[in-house]
Ligand binder design. Structure first.
Ligand SMILES: C[S@@+](CC[C@H](N)C(=O)[O-])C[C@H]1O[C@@H](n2cnc3c(N)ncnc32)[C@H](O)[C@@H]1O
Length: 226
């Protein structure tokens, strides 16, 4: 795969929350850090098999953890530079079971019904208004096989502060409390077997254009399709 350095500009009114950066200038580690401790622990112990979709995978913070367990992983994002960094950072022995797919999560996903054993999505879904979130979950459900599994995280009580102390927000992103998020997610996955875990983070994102400190809680959700 060629190295794609062209930044994908954000268009927040169209729900495109890309970072507008050349990911090859951001170092090897993901711009979103090394990963949340609880999520990493969960990925270690949970059963993951078959074909997985890493939705809005970014520059691959958790992609290798998925590749180590799944038989095949499709990493998707709207940002080709992010996906290109993900691919180039993937050790060669895993590339045969990795594909990348560029698409807008708010549109119909470019996959057949019942084509994935699992869908993984972190750091992203809280950015979308409820009606768009509903559409995304509908698409996840459509492409997921019965008995398939979904692992997502959903940030709540989000506060981003720039180095000069200003609040940073993305477009008209909704603001969920932990309680709101849990009840929204329960409704959206009402036909699934649900497990939820609480987590939280205070972390500096220096390569995120604009740099900011994120302070949030989040729900880690594991749902199994009946
Ligand atoms: C906060 S990052 C999370 C990346 C990765 N999932 C992680 O946890 O490290 C959000 C990602 O969503 C992608 N994104 C934003 N809007 C999108 C859209 N409309 N369709 C697809 N991807 C989108 C961004 O390009 C970015 O890579």
């Amino acid at each position: 795969m060629e190295k794609v350095t062209k930044p994908c500009q954000p268009e927040e009114e169209k729900h495109i929350f890309s970072r507008g950066i050349d990911y090859f200038k951001t170092g090897k580690v993901s711009i979103w850090g090394l990963g949340d401790k609880n999520t990493l622990q969960l990925l270690k112990k949970i059963e993951i098999h078959g074909k997985w979709l890493n939705l809005a995978a970014g520059d691959g913070r958790y992609n290798l953890n998925l590749l180590e367990k799944a038989d095949f992983v499709v990493a998707s994002d709207i940002d080709e530079s992010a996906l290109s960094k993900l691919w180039h950072n993937t050790p060669e022995e895993y590339r045969a079971k990795l594909d990348t797919k560029l698409f807008d999560i708010t549109k119909k996903f470019p996959f057949e019904n019942n084509s994935f054993d699992g869908v993984f999505c972190t750091g992203t879904l809280h950015l979308f208004p409820k009606e768009i979130l509903q559409k995304i979950i509908f698409e996840i459900d459509r492409i997921l096989k019965s008995n398939g599994r979904v692992i997502i995280d959903f940030a709540t009580d989000v506060k981003r502060t720039s180095p000069d102390g200003k609040l940073v927000t993305f477009g008209k992103e909704p603001s969920y409390t932990l309680k709101d998020a849990k009840s929204t997610l329960k409704k959206l996955f009402k036909n699934y077997k649900i497990k939820m875990y609480d987590s939280g983070v205070v972390e500096d994102f220096e390569a995120a254009n604009l740099p900011y400190t994120l302070n949030c809680r989040f729900v880690i959700l594991i749902v199994d399709k009946k």
